[in-house]
Design a protein around this ligand. Structure first.
Ligand code: GAF
Length: 386
């Protein structure tokens, strides 16, 4: 699937710089089965890398400047590595500026390079094209200049770059982009960064993403607000239960017993978090036991928590999940990623994918006048050198 992308990126590089690239890197987007808005709340998440990637071609250019070309955007920029790195108005460039800055600030030494990249990860769909951009750039620089950087540190540097750009994200997206494995989901403990792989075997069901094709502008501000609300909630819990170090140590009973200590909004947020952390463990067991119907129910529960308690959904996503709930060919559905648009993740009975897609397509177009897109997901390897 990515052969044409690789060929085009390589050819564009040769045309632009007059030589073959020295390194080619593929860096994937991610899905998340369950555990949404849980990474920055120190719980478990269950993501996986997918076969949609950014392809990068790199060479050293023996100068102190780097030139980066985004083929799909028909845009390029140059960065002087001897100057203090600043944010730019051209947003996509900031993810690359950000990782260069993080590498420099953390003492990694490298010189100028040329880079061309092209992607088949849809932007704004909640598949984390930004993490793929960050991790792929770090990986390419590491390979080009023989830097020693562990996978986990690639993820952490990518996360810091994202913070520098303005989203106070957790570690899930960068971690899964780097650590993905063919046909495996990653159960990641976001507190310790310990992880284990579990087979991504959904038995009689196919994983299909429905892309709502909307991205509401609330995303960044609301995302950062959720973090603050959860921090406030956790400190209230800790005041009453000193043995609780993070949300994972708190039971629903403990939380309910101090409900009157929170304002209503913060209570809803922390209630969602505590319930979602326990759903991830149940979902992983259900997957291991081949009990996909239970997994599906948990996905629906997550969606209603995200919509009603965490309040990061929107009418388009709610309509897709409500419709899925009353469709006997779909056993699980929820919004995936940060919310306010992007994709839902769905478990559809094998053999019924086309009829489901056509039903949803028509309904969505009739309701919102927007085209619904579909991605059949293949769980794949993390960032790699070709
Ligand atoms: C975004 C963030 F980048 C992740 O860290 C994660 O919090 C996710 O939203 C929600 O689960 O993708």
């Amino acid at each position: 699937m990515n052969d044409i992308l690789i060929q085009n990126t390589t050819a564009f590089f040769e045309k632009s710089f007059g030589s073959a690239p020295q390194k080619i890197v593929l860096s994937p987007g991610r899905i998340n089965i369950i555990g949404e808005h849980i990474d920055y709340n120190d719980g478990y998440v269950l993501p996986a890398a997918i076969d949609k990637v950014i392809c990068f071609a790199f060479e050293k250019n023996e100068t102190k400047k780097s030139k980066i070309i985004a083929i799909d955007l028909n845009e390029e920029f140059e960065i002087d590595l001897t100057q203090e790195i600043q944010l730019s108005d051209v947003v996509w460039t900031n993810y690359i500026r950000g990782v260069i800055k993080q590498l420099q600030d953390n003492g990694f030494s490298f010189e100028g390079f040329n880079c061309v990249f092209s992607s088949n990860i849809p932007v704004g769909s909640g598949l984390s094209s930004s993490a793929a951009l960050e991790c792929g750039t770090i990986f390419g620089i590491k390979e080009l200049f023989d830097l020693t950087i562990e996978k986990v540190d690639i993820a952490l540097l990518g996360q810091k770059a994202e913070h520098w750009v303005g989203i106070n994200c957790g570690i899930m997206d960068q971690f899964s982009s780097v650590h993905g494995l063919d046909n495996k989901v990653i159960k990641l403990d976001c507190n310790t960064l310990e992880f284990e792989y579990h087979n991504a075997d959904f038995k009689d069901y196919s994983l299909v993403l429905f892309d709502s094709n909307v991205k509401h502008s609330l995303f960044t501000s609301e995302y950062n607000t959720r973090r603050i609300e959860c921090e406030e909630g956790l400190s209230i819990i800790k005041n009453h239960f000193p043995e609780v170090k993070s949300f994972r140590d708190c039971t629903e009973e403990q939380l309910l017993s101090i409900q009157d200590k929170f304002n209503a909004t913060v209570f809803k947020r922390v209630h969602y978090v505590v319930k979602e952390i326990s759903r991830v463990t149940k979902a992983c067991e259900a997957l291991d036991n081949g009990n996909i119907e239970i997994l599906g129910q948990l996905l629906f529960e997550t969606h209603y928590g995200l919509s009603q308690e965490y309040e990061v959904s929107c009418e388009e996503l709610d309509m897709l999940v409500d419709t899925a709930k009353s469709d006997d060919k779909i056993i699980g559905s929820r919004l995936m990623g940060g919310g306010f648009g992007g994709c839902t993740i769905n478990l559809i009975k094998k053999g019924h994918e086309n009829e489901v897609k056509s039903k949803f397509s028509n309904l969505y177009l009739d309701t919102f006048g927007i085209e619904l897109k579909f991605y059949d997901v293949k769980i794949s390897n993390g960032t790699t050198l070709l």
